[in-house]
Design a protein around this ligand. Structure first.
Ligand code: FES
Length: 368
């Protein structure tokens, strides 16, 4: 028998919300202590704006967004789908845990990937990549609307409604430990890459779970360092989705430079509350009416290239530093092409972006 509507709603919201806040808070405190012991907080160059952004969204998420989503799902569930209430509560914990976590992580993979490939979502996710240091709190650094639209929170509420609240609460422990540890400066996997007899273990672990090296690579400023892959490694708890959908880039090094190229560093009110508050800086993607302009030319650009130097060729056609990438491709499906040359010299680099011998010109522009 389904319990009364109000009783069920309150129980579900109170149970999962309370567990969620305690668990996440507990894991955050744990990693905070590790980071303090590790000396990270002392070395941190974070500005007060960074701290406000990170703490602010954590509070807004826990106290407003999650309870609101739970309330909406429970209310709609009771009005339209009362028969579904509690239908999986007889499932074993193992089955409901797998059911919750696998769908949850797959949803988050595609949401996160879409946030890198579509301009509006990118603007909501961009604050996450503006962080120039990793750390436990970076995990929560997104605009508020990003969380309101996040399918995972709706999924958590839905699974709770159909009777999987306990699996949701337990699943959150696994999920948050992996997510927060992969953002933390406590690089637990680093020693494992160096000790020969431990390498087989870390090789298996990294093929299943997100490691700090895998995720720090996603936060690197640019592929030019040969370590980072900001246009890949979208997974949150499991790396299997990246391997399955072709976005995995395994690295065992950690990038030195994190953040965004050409970051105008907007005020935290704009990054936290976009699109309700916009940036006054006209060079910012968050300013009203901002549009990235094409910078293509129907002729190549002649450049001097150095031997054994890393270059990134712009493929999106919007870089202001043609023919090289300046990060303007973020928020689209384009990514730059990494290349080196084995002989120093002057080369004609394609700028119509249609060459078949990219990045070098093959005269395709003459037939356009
Ligand atoms: S600016 Fe990076 S690919 Fe165009």
């Amino acid at each position: 028998m389904p319990s009364t509507s109000l009783e069920y709603k309150l129980k579900a919201i109170y149970f999962v919300e309370k567990m969620d806040i305690y668990l996440v808070f507990g894991i955050l405190v744990f990693f905070c202590l590790l980071e303090i012991l590790n000396g990270h907080l002392k070395r941190s160059k974070r500005s007060s704006s960074d701290w406000i952004q990170e703490a602010g969204i954590f509070l807004v998420l826990a106290s407003l967004i999650k309870p609101l989503i739970f309330l909406i799902v429970m209310t709609i569930g009771h009005i339209l789908f009362a028969d579904l209430q509690g239908i999986i509560k007889h499932w074993s914990l193992g089955i409901s845990l797998l059911f919750f976590l696998l769908i949850d992580d797959l949803l988050q993979y595609w949401y996160h990937r879409s946030a890198h490939e579509y301009p509006f979502l990118w603007k909501l996710h961009r604050p996450h990549h503006q962080a120039e240091e990793m750390g436990f709190f970076v995990s929560y650094r997104n605009a508020g609307l990003y969380y309101l639209m996040m399918p995972n929170i709706w999924w958590m509420a839905l699974v709770t409604f159909i009777g999987g609240g306990f699996a949701v609460a337990i699943g959150l422990i696994f999920k948050q430990v992996v997510i927060i540890s992969s953002h933390s400066t406590v690089k637990w996997d680093k020693p494992l890459y160096k000790i020969t007899w431990l390498r087989p273990f870390i090789s298996i672990i990294e093929r299943i779970f997100i490691t700090p090296a895998f995720h720090h690579g996603h936060h690197g400023k640019s592929q030019i360092d040969g370590i980072s892959e900001p246009n890949g490694n979208y997974g949150n708890m499991l790396s299997i989705w990246d391997q399955l959908f072709g976005s995995a880039y395994f690295t065992r090094q950690f990038p030195d430079t994190l953040g965004l190229l050409n970051d105008p560093k907007e005020h935290w009110t704009a990054t936290l509350f976009y699109p309700f508050i916009k940036s006054k800086d006209s060079s910012s993607e968050l300013s009203p009416g901002f549009k990235k302009q094409p910078t293509l030319l129907d002729e190549p650009i002649t450049v001097n290239l150095e031997k054994d130097t890393n270059y990134l060729w712009c493929q999106c056609g919007k870089s202001k530093n043609q023919p090289f990438c300046d990060g303007s491709h973020h928020g689209s499906k384009f990514k730059p092409l990494f290349f080196t040359v084995n002989k120093k010299g002057t080369r004609k680099v394609c700028n119509c972006k249609r060459s078949k011998t990219k990045p070098f010109c093959d005269n395709t522009h003459l037939s356009i």
